[in-house]
Ligand binder design. Sequence first.
Ligand code: SF4
Ligand code: SF4
Length: 113
Amino acid sequence: MIELVSTERCVGCTLCVKVCPTNVFDKGPDGIPSIARQEDCQTCFICEAYCPVDALYVSPFDLPLEAVPTEMELVEANLLGSWRETLGWGKGRTTLAELDTTPFIDRILPARR
Ligand code: SF4
Ligand code: SF4
């Protein structure tokens, strides 16, 4: 579930607002989005993948409020934008597509028996 928008990092590009399939964010007056409908988050990670400055954190778990890490803890654990990094999106990163040597047809067909 989306847990954090870093107002320190955000550059107000509104990409996350546009790509979220369930309209979780509201664009703020300064362009910085707010998490307006967290309960609608599908944990799809799309916003985090698109954020060009690694300003978002989507937790893979539905954390109780008291277990949600602070921004400082996320930065220290290198978790802000970590899904984007895993995908290899962003300058100087190696994409998963580059690493994946599976022939395309084997990726889309059921496993051979
Ligand atoms: S993880 Fe998906 S559903 Fe949740 S806020 Fe991001 S884009 Fe929207
Ligand atoms: S995609 Fe990132 S930089 Fe752009 S508005 Fe959203 S949080 Fe801010």
